[in-house]
Design a protein around this ligand. Structure first.
Ligand code: ATP
Ligand code: MG
Length: 473
């Protein structure tokens, strides 16, 4: 297929309605970008992007209820049926990129061809202009030969690769994402330019890098492919130096390879629709680079958790996600045996967090796959799973599950609400972790009353003060 070739497509009704509405305004409107690429590849697009000559104000006015998003002139037209919503962006021409991050200015009012020229890769720089909307007829607008590149299996920058990558360093990472997603080779000039400009990705904002990294991790292609390509092009050492440092760190595992190979295999083995788990797999052994000295990686889960946290902070990840990933890394070395008592199983769940045990088990399974390790038939992960499920179903593990609450304690013991009550509840949780049969109201009150009459009565501040005095005296 080439520039100007006729192309018939099946348009969702909501998309056809937007194109028709713009045509009624005597504006030019075309489908552009990723959706045209997907159609040329014979796939149904997920997002439908429309570009138009009409200014954003006019688009917003024509489609009541449309949300005008931002300074980039994108108007989102929500579908009134079940169809996809459509992003309509006015043709634009971007100015210089002095900081390699954002265009210095965006100007609209250009032509479709100018709009395509500012896009990153030829395969993303095609448009479809309708000729007969009702019949789904139109023609391909492909000034940069994107369809030919797709057919040849080639990813190529639009125009001069050095200039395009210098404008926006995110394009280096996007090149890796698109090349691995569609199994394309890099055009040699584009590849050489990526290697030359790899260092510029250091200036990218964490959010933009995270967004691309998560799209790589969520892809159907194994993420190891993209990460290995990033390594080869010099991007990994700049964007994820902690991970790149695992290259050459030896592993005594059944499968060959070093700690980086192992980490990539672990990420591949985790589900693509759970980026927290994929990140945990990717980052779980970061501490091996820093604990290599002792030959046994002692404490690598602790160092690894700190390194994973640093990586995710740099990527401006949401705090809750950082907490989950670091917790998974921190606990990934658990070593279950049949000798664990039920209390040990309960303490394990408490330590890891009930919300994360399933994730931790998934991480262990991926770690095994990535090592070529097998669980023992007795006393292995399947047995721990069963025991964990049982304590989760039956046993109290936290204050909220106690047969008393703070109010009960203040009433029964005649004490004021305050830190002492919290303290007593903590101690009661510890007690029922050891022996869940204690979890009856009278029994717990009795226990707490007993502690109250001890000289240090469960009051940690007293106890700590006493311990301190003892230590220094
Ligand atoms: P996906 O299916 O992953 O969403 P996509 O091609 O739609 O792929 P987006 O990131 O959604 O990718 O961007 C939409 C289009 O906008 C791209 O196809 C490309 O034409 C253009 N584009 C996006 N980011 C850039 C960029 N940094 N530089 C140049 N053009 C870009
Ligand atoms: Mg898109």
């Amino acid at each position: 297929m080439r520039d100007g070739a006729p192309l018939a497509i099946q348009l969702p009704a909501s998309v056809a309605a937007v194109l028709a509405g713009l045509a009624e305004m005597n504006a030019e409107a075309a489908m552009v970008g990723g959706c045209v690429r997907d159609l040329v590849r014979g796939e149904q697009p997920v997002d439908w992007d429309v570009a138009t000559s009409a200014p954003p104000e006019a688009v917003a006015e024509r489609f009541p209820g449309a949300a005008w998003q931002n300074a980039f002139g994108t108007v989102t037209v929500l579908a009134n049926d079940d169809g996809p919503s459509v992003e309509v962006t006015t043709y634009r021409v971007e100015g210089g990129y002095r900081d390699r991050r954002r265009p210095d200015h965006v100007r609209w009012g250009g032509s479709l061809v100018e709009d395509l020229a500012r896009r990153d890769f030829t395969i993303n720089a095609m448009a479809w202009l309708p000729t007969d909307l009702a019949a789904g007829q139109g023609r391909l607008v492909d000034p940069h030969g994107g369809a030919a590149d797709l057919a040849a299996g080639m990813l190529r920058a639009v125009g001069d690769p050095d200039a395009r990558l210098e404008e926006d360093a995110l394009r280096l990472v996007r090149a890796v994402r698109f090349a691995t997603r569609f199994d394309l080779r890099l055009d040699p000039a584009t590849e050489a330019a990526i290697e030359r400009h790899a260092g510029a990705t250091a200036g990218l904002s964490g959010e933009r890098v995270r967004d691309e990294l998560l799209r790589i991790l969520a892809g159907s292609a194994p993420p190891s492919r993209a990460l290995l390509l990033m390594e080869r092009l010099g991007l990994l050492a700049v964007l994820l130096p902690e991970l790149a440092a695992l290259r050459g760190v030896p592993q005594a595992k059944a499968l060959p390879g070093d700690a980086l190979d192992h980490s990539l295999r672990a990420a591949d083995a985790l589900p693509a629709d759970d980026h927290v788990l994929r990140l945990a797999g990717l980052l779980h052994d970061l501490g091996k680079a820093t604990t290599l000295g002792d030959g046994h990686f002692i404490g690598h889960e602790r160092d690894g958790a700190a390194l994973a946290e640093a990586v995710m902070r740099r990527l401006r990840s949401p705090r809750a996600e950082i907490a989950r990933v670091t917790r998974l890394v921190r606990h990934h070395m658990f070593a279950y045996t049949q000798a664990w008592t039920d209390a040990a199983v309960r303490r394990f769940v408490k330590r890891v967090g009930r919300d994360l045990v399933d994730g931790l088990f998934a991480l262990r399974e991926a770690d095994n796959v990535a090592s070529g390790a097998r669980e023992p038939t007795r006393g292995g992960l399947p047995e721990l799973r069963v025991r964990v499920a049982r304590v989760l179903a039956d046993d109290p593990l936290e204050a909220g599950q106690l047969a008393v609450d703070g109010h009960d304690l203040t009433e029964a013991l005649g004490i004021e609400p305050g830190p002492l009550v919290g303290n007593l509840l903590d101690r009661l949780v510890e007690a029922v972790l050891d022996d869940p049969t204690l979890n009856r109201r009278e029994r717990l009150v009795e226990l707490a009353r007993g502690w109250m009459s001890e000289p240090v009565a469960g009051d940690r501040t007293h106890r700590q003060a006493r311990d301190k005095a003892g230590a220094s005296g």
